[in-house]
Structure formats: C-alpha cells, structure tokens
Design a protein around this ligand. Structure first.
Ligand SMILES: Cc1cc2nc3c(=O)[nH]c(=O)nc-3n(C[C@H](O)[C@H](O)[C@H](O)COP(=O)(O)OP(=O)(O)OC[C@H]3O[C@@H](n4cnc5c(N)ncnc54)[C@H](O)[C@@H]3O)c2cc1C
Length: 471
C-alpha cells in the first residue's frame, strides 16, 4: 500500500538531499555570479507611491545602514530610531520605496505566520503566543500609521481561509475548536454559511478570523516612509547596494558612482532579492506570482453573485489562490501559480497572457457569472520563499552586526513590519522577549547549487501542483 508523504516528510527528504552540497555557498557565486536587476512595478497600488528621494551622492558614515525600502527596511528604520533618537540611520533602496513585494501585494493583513496559519505547526503554547503577538502588532501598526495622518484604507473586517478539499474539513474544524479553547476567536463556517457569505459553492467550509484586516499596501509604504523620516532616517532611492564587505565596521558600495558607506551595523531588508547581496543564497529564493484586478464593479454585481462579506479569502491549496474586494469595489485575485527562475532570477519570464488566462479561469470557476471578465490591472511580484516556508529574523556575522528579516512567503505585511521591531530589540541587546519563537534566527535547510537548485525547486512546485490537484 502506498503511503502519501506529508509536506513535513517531503521537506525532510529534500533537506537531507540538499545538505549533501553545503560547499555550494562558496563555489556557486564564483561560477554563476547573480545579476542585480529590477523590473518595473506596475501594480494597482503604484499611483500612491511616494515621490522619490534623491540618490546617494557622496560617501557616508552611519551607525546603521538599512538595505531595502520595503516594509522590513522602513519599519526597522523607524523602530531603531524610536529607541535611539541620536543614531544615524540611512535606508538605501535600489529603485523607489515599495518597488518590491511591499508595493505589489494583496493587502491582506493577517495574524499568525505562513506555517502557523490556521494550523499548529509548533506547539499549542507557541501557536497561541504567535497569534497574540501578531494581533497585538496589528494594533501597534495602526497607531504608528495614525500618527502620520495617512489613510491606508485599513478595513478590519476579518479574513477567511476557505477549505478547498472535502478531506480537509475535519482537520480545520478541529483546529477551530482547539483555537477557541486557546482563546483565539477563529470561527468554523460550514459549506452553506460559506456560500451565503461569499457567494460561491466551490469551497467545502471556511475558517473566519475577525482579527484580520485589509489595507492599501502602497499607502502603508507612504506612512512608514513618513514615520521613518519623522524620527530622522535618511532614505536614499535609486541607490542600489552593489556590495557588502563584512567587518567590525561594514563597507557598502552604493549606486552607479560606487559611493562608499561605512556602517557599524547593517540591516538586510531585501527579502526575495537577498541572494544578490551574497546572503541566504541557498536558502531563501525568489518565487514569482501573479495578481490581477477587475475594473471597479457596481454593488449590483456582488448582490447578484451573493458575495456579501467584505472579508478577503485565501484557500487551503499549497499553491494557494487569494481573492478580495478592494475599497473601490474591484475584485483582486492572485497566485495559484508560482515559478522560480534559474540562479535566483528576479525578472519574471512567464508569458503575461498565460498568467492572466490562468487567473481569469480560476475567477470563472469560483464565480461562473464572472467568467470571461477582463482585468484592468495585472502584475507579478516576488515572494521570499524557503523550502520549509519559514521566515527568519535575527543577527549574524563574526561581529554580530548584520541584522536581517526575510522569508515571509505570502504572509509578510504584518510579519515584516513586526520584524522591524524585533530587529530594533536585537540591536538594543533586548531580544530576550522574543526567545523561544520559531522565527528567531531560524536556521534554513540548505538547497544545492544550480542547476540542481532550479531542478529541485521545479520538482517541488510540480509536487505541490499535483498534490493540490488531488493526484
Ligand atoms: C503578489 C504578492 C502578493 C502578496 N500578498 C500578500 C498579502 O495579501 N498579505 C501579506 O501579508 N503578504 C503578502 N505578500 C507578501 C508581502 O508583500 C511581503 O512578504 C513583504 O512585502 C516583504 O517586505 P520586505 O520589505 O521584506 O521586502 P520587499 O517589499 O520585497 O522589499 C525589498 C526591497 O529591497 C530593494 N532591494 C533589493 N535589492 C537591493 C539592493 N541591492 N540595494 C538596495 N535595495 C535593494 C527592492 O527594490 C525592494 O524595494 C505578497 C507578495 C506578493 C509578491
């Protein structure tokens, strides 16, 4: 009798295979240097992107240099300066703030982590602790944003995890009971209730978390940029960091003019792009995924299809889809498809027509009345992924002066902004409060060098695809 292997088993096998080639961290970069290149962000959110600051035009000496102007970078800058107003902190962003996933995502602000989302991956106590601290962080984030007097379209109407397979219903029902016994307000909705809330019969049940929310991600970027600058951060845009030389003081080479930045500490806040800097090369890799939105739709369409609840939802496939309604009544649909390009490629080479058709097909499957609906916006973005779907925040280097936060998969708005706070605590030498949490200095399973890495990730994607299709 064949036994179906679980995701955990699969990861163990992959980890053992990958562990055989650890020397790759040194050899691969010599044979296959990675290219630092960026595509254009064309997401729905771009009109809210703040005007660009000037590029670095001189050599600089700072206490802390932050690489990357997404949520991790801007949040770290704000949090470090809140604690240490006298320090000099500079952020270097390759293009404009919000260029990466932070300015391209689905806007779902979720409690928990990718691994602990509606599932106990660690243990009950840690699970509850993660839930509580991620919910508290959503409140803290709202306070920071409010102080900037920027409306980020924050809608605290909860979110749903919709159950895509009948065989998963019992497991998620039991999770809801366990979560409630731990004091987490997770509701189990059966098929009829799910249908009556979101107007589709394709899901077998759902879990509702009233604590989740939605927001306009680029407006959050705007608010975090303002917050960081209000406490004294200097933010340089069009300023890619080309090279990092580790040491007691760290030297960065920045921009086309090769300006030198000397820093006592560095924060690597480049998530899916991080391998380009020579870090996490064989553990966190860029995974490309598509997103699209319809035009703004009249309320009558939502009434007609019976989509009453404003909460966004994601499904229980491993390569999941997520759908939501924007504040201007567009339907946003994303993912259900991921790809990895050779040597940590950060330019999406998939055919946009193919990706759009893929999203259109799923939208028509969920809501037959919307079959064939044209999209008004379409874009792709990169997720920082690891083999075990884990995120990690911590400090490394011989001099313990290289801080980092990354690997959020599709669950990074809340976590990346939270990790800015964790990084500030670690920088202050007060990281104890975070002890025992699985993402603190999480050690990743190493992947083999290219071309084995490409082949391994493609095989993993195919495995998950087949599994999602129930094969
Ligand atoms: C399509 C999509 C949908 C998503 N939907 C959701 C969602 O609904 N909810 C959710 O919670 N999460 C979602 N996510 C995940 C979330 O957006 C990310 O986890 C989060 O934005 C990561 O933030 P970050 O600051 O770490 O990385 P990024 O936002 O990617 O920022 C990294 C920045 O570093 C810059 N950079 C890179 N290299 C260099 C260099 N050498 N020098 C200087 N700068 C550099 C980049 O230009 C970029 O601006 C989604 C992601 C994608 C791609």
């Amino acid at each position: 009798m064949s036994k179906k292997i679980s995701r955990r088993d699969f990861l163990k096998i992959a980890g053992v295979a990958a562990g055989a080639v650890v020397a790759s961290e040194i050899i691969t970069p010599l044979i296959l240097p990675e290219k630092l290149e960026f595509d254009q962000n064309v997401s729905l959110w771009v009109p809210a992107q703040p005007p660009k600051n000037t590029a670095l035009a001189e050599d600089l000496e700072v206490d802390v240099a932050i690489i990357g102007g997404g949520f991790t970078g801007l949040s770290s800058a704000y949090q470090i300066l809140q604690r240490f107003p006298g320090k000099s902190v500079a952020v270097f962003e390759a293009r404009g703030v919000g260029q990466g996933a932070s300015g391209r995502n689905g806007g779902m602000l979720l409690p928990q982590t990718p691994n602990e989302y509606m599932a106990v991956y660690s243990d009950a106590k840690t699970h509850q602790r993660i839930y509580d601290l991620t919910v508290k962080h959503m409140d803290d984030l709202a306070v920071i944003v409010k102080a900037q007097e920027i409306d980020i379209d924050l809608r605290r109407h909860g979110a749903l995890l919709v159950i895509a397979r009948e065989s998963q219903v019992a497991k998620y029902k039991s999770y809801a009971q366990q979560a409630q016994s731990l004091g987490m307000p997770i509701e189990f909705w059966d098929r009829a209730r799910t249908r009556s809330e979101i107007g589709t019969d394709v899901y077998f049940a759902s879990l509702f978390d009233a604590n989740a929310a939605e927001l306009h991600p680029m407006k959050l970027i705007l608010a975090l940029k303002k917050a960081a600058e209000s406490v004294g951060a200097r933010i340089y845009e069009d300023s890619p960091v080309i090279e990092i030389q580790d040491g007691e003081t760290i030297r960065l080479t920045v921009g086309d003019q090769n300006h030198m930045v000397i820093a006592k500490a560095v924060v690597i806040a480049t998530n899916g792009y991080t391998s380009k800097l020579g870090y996490f090369k064989n553990s966190v890799f860029p995974v490309h995924t598509p997103m699209a939105t319809t035009p703004s739709l009249p309320d009558s369409i939502f009434e007609e299809i019976g989509w009453k609840n404003k909460a966004g939802y994601s499904d229980t496939f491993t390569i999941l889809y997520h759908l939501s309604r924007t504040s201007d009544n567009r339907i946003m649909i994303g993912s259900g498809y991921v790809n990895y390009f050779f040597n940590n490629g950060i330019i999406d080479k998939d055919d946009p027509a193919f990706l759009k058709a893929h999203l259109q097909k799923e939208l028509g499957r969920i809501y037959p009345k919307l079959a064939g609906m044209e999209f008004e916006h379409f874009w792709t973005g990169i997720l920082g992924f690891s083999l075990d779907f884990m995120q990690s925040v911590g400090v490394m280097g011989a001099h313990r002066n290289i801080y980092y936060g990354l690997g959020y998969a599709g669950h990074g708005i809340n976590l990346s902004t939270l990790f800015g706070k964790v990084i500030a605590d670690l920088y202050a030498g007060e990281g104890k409060a975070w002890d025992g949490l699985p993402f603190i200095n999480h050690q990743y399973i190493p992947l083999p060098p290219e071309p084995l890495k490409w082949a391994g990730i493609q095989a993993t994607i195919q495995y998950y695809k087949a599994d999602d299709a129930g094969k």
